[in-house]
Design a protein around this ligand. Structure first.
Ligand SMILES: NC(=O)c1ccc[n+]([C@@H]2O[C@H](COP(=O)([O-])OP(=O)(O)OC[C@H]3O[C@@H](n4cnc5c(N)ncnc54)[C@H](OP(=O)(O)O)[C@@H]3O)[C@@H](O)[C@H]2O)c1
Length: 250
């Protein structure tokens, strides 16, 4: 039985990855950590109808509480000697950042920054004792360059990138068997971007992005830009000199 642990299990991207993992084999136990008990239960009921042999465990916690996260990870690791795959999918974004309140900023930092760092830190000390483990963290192309539209969100994702790269460096120097991957999706049609879809913007499909996440993890990729074209787009955007960049409304 493969144990797959998912933080932010109610996320559209996480759900799409779970569908793909369940299609690969029904010998899977999904360990789902989320903040919204009702939403998680509703999604899992639907999931169980499609994949009756798949197993689930659920943990509902407050992601802004570091102690709750650490306690939850301790409980999961006590119950399972081996966690095969781990996906960190929690994240929040506000539609308009121009009117972001201090409380909203704090809440975004709590989930996008603190919960990711605390979770990775607590998990790594456990996973490094296992024979192997594949971990993926969902960052964003928004972390590649600060832009007027979403620089607060982008800054939280830039933190994720730097933190993951530093941990990848540590993993390499410690010769650890943990494989750690940073996922950088471009705009994707999920619950988070519903407002963009409603405005008629054409976004990547969540199924396609999930397929690239699952495949990239299997291949042991260090960084996954998805859809792949975003690697080139962001390469260009990162290299536009600021005197030109400041004139672009992107
Ligand atoms: N969609 C995109 O275009 C895009 C692009 C780049 C990166 N991403 C990243 O991809 C990841 C998955 O997002 P998604 O697109 O699948 O959107 P989503 O369906 O809205 O998923 C976001 C997840 O984060 C959870 N979350 C939000 N605020 C939280 C909080 N304060 N405390 C605990 N959990 C919280 C949500 O829980 P609830 O279900 O309870 O709300 C949900 O599980 C996120 O890290 C996001 O930043 C998305």
């Amino acid at each position: 039985m493969r144990n797959i642990l998912i933080f932010g299990a109610t996320s559209s991207m996480a759900q799409a990855c779970m569908h793909l993992w369940a299609q690969q084999s029904d010998a899977v136990n999904f360990i789902c950590v989320a903040r919204d008990s009702q939403k998680l239960q509703d999604q899992l009921i639907d999931f169980q109808i499609r994949f009756p042999n798949v197993e689930f465990e659920t943990y509902v916690i407050d992601f802004s509480c570091n102690e709750a996260l650490i306690k939850c990870i301790d409980a999961i690791c006590l119950r399972h000697r081996q966690l095969d795959q781990i996906l960190l999918a929690q994240g929040s974004m506000y539609n308009s950042e121009e009117s972001l309140t201090a409380m909203q900023l704090r809440s975004m930092i709590d989930v996008n920054v603190s919960s990711i760092a605390v979770t990775l830190n607590a998990l790594y000390s456990k996973l490094s004792k296992q024979e192997s483990a594949q971990v993926a963290v969902i960052g964003s192309v928004a972390g590649d360059r600060g832009r007027k539209a979403n620089y607060a969100y982008g800054a939280t994702k830039a933190f994720v990138e730097c933190y993951v790269e530093g941990l990848q460096h540590r993993i390499a120097l410690e010769n650890s068997n943990v494989q750690l991957c940073l996922v950088k999706p471009g705009p994707t049609a999920t619950a988070m971007t519903m407002h963009l879809t409603e405005q008629g913007k054409k976004l990547a499909s969540v199924e396609m992005v999930a397929a690239e996440i699952v495949k990239g993890m299997e291949q042991g990729k260090r960084v996954i830009y998805t859809p792949k074209i975003w690697k080139i787009i962001m390469l260009v955007i990162r290299h536009i000199p600021f005197f030109l960049f400041k004139k672009l409304d992107i």
